[in-house]
Design a protein around this ligand. Structure first.
Ligand code: ADP
Ligand code: AMP
Length: 222
């Protein structure tokens, strides 16, 4: 049966960065609710119009909206070989809705990788995060030497680098608070069901990658 994964962790833990690598190695679909919502905002769709004010303020978009897009996405054909959820679920009601959808689809319960990083490191990562507007690649000003307005260093990409509006100091503070109140309880939720693996997500991107792969190997996922 196809293996499904969830990357859990605070904003800035490196979920998107590790997801890029993992979906490639495991040949599974990448489902980032943050990317889907940013795309909707960019297109000015109904969903985007509803989500924008929450996102800019560093708050969570209402559960029913996010659960709706994930329910539709996980039944798409490319998810049959497995999927990796990045940034979902983020609340207990979202996790309950996912549990129900997984049971209905009769697929394997996801292995949940909890990426642990301390607050000071998270703030440094988020405030220096830069993205490509075109390919969505994730960079950091110190590690990658790119800043707003530069050309994307990605191969075959002619996009420009931008900074997410929610990576500004007040929104970062708000998102870390929201994480502690609404998302952290998911550690016990999945821990209690035996689905959780813990990874200390510090060190270089490559080192974290090695730790995630080792944890997945231990669980028999790879
Ligand atoms: P998340 O998806 O969990 O919010 P990202 O993957 O977007 O986190 O990473 C946040 C920022 O931290 C980005 O600028 C990324 O380049 C940087 N980053 C990711 N992993 C590491 C790491 N192991 N060490 C240092 N910086 C990292
Ligand atoms: P991310 O790219 O994962 O950091 O998400 C960016 C923003 O999108 C979050 O701060 C929320 O406003 C919104 N968002 C992403 N995923 C979810 C989710 N599962 N539930 C609610 N809001 C979300």
């Amino acid at each position: 049966m196809a293996q499904n994964l969830i990357l859990l962790g605070p904003p800035g833990a490196g979920k998107g960065t590790q997801a890029e690598f993992l979906v490639d190695v495991l040949s599974i679909a990448h489902i980032s609710t943050g990317d889907m919502l940013r795309d909707a905002v960019g297109k000015g769709s109904q969903l985007g119009l509803k989500a924008k004010e929450y996102m800019d303020a560093g708050k969570l978009v209402p559960d029913e909206l996010v659960v709706g897009i994930v329910r539709e996405r996980i039944v798409e054909p490319d998810c049959a070989a497995g999927f990796l959820l990045d940034g979902f679920p983020r609340t207990i009601p979202q996790a309950d809705a996912l549990d129900a959808a997984i049971a209905e689809l009769e697929v394997l319960p996801p292995v949940v990788v909890n990426m642990e990083v301390g607050d000071d490191e998270l703030i440094g990562r988020l405030s220096g995060r830069r993205m490509c507007e075109k390919c969505g690649a994730i960079y950091h000003i110190s590690r990658d030497g790119v800043d707003v307005g530069d050309d994307c260093p990605g191969q075959d990409c002619d996009g420009k680098i931008y900074q997410r509006s929610d990576d500004e100091a007040e929104a970062i503070r708000q998102r870390l608070e929201v994480y502690k109140q609404q998302t952290q309880p998911l550690i016990d939720h999945y821990g209690g069901k035996g689905q959780l693996v813990r990874v200390e997500a510090t060190g270089t991107v490559e080192e974290v990658n090695g730790k995630v792969m080792a944890a997945l190997r231990e669980r028999g996922v790879v």
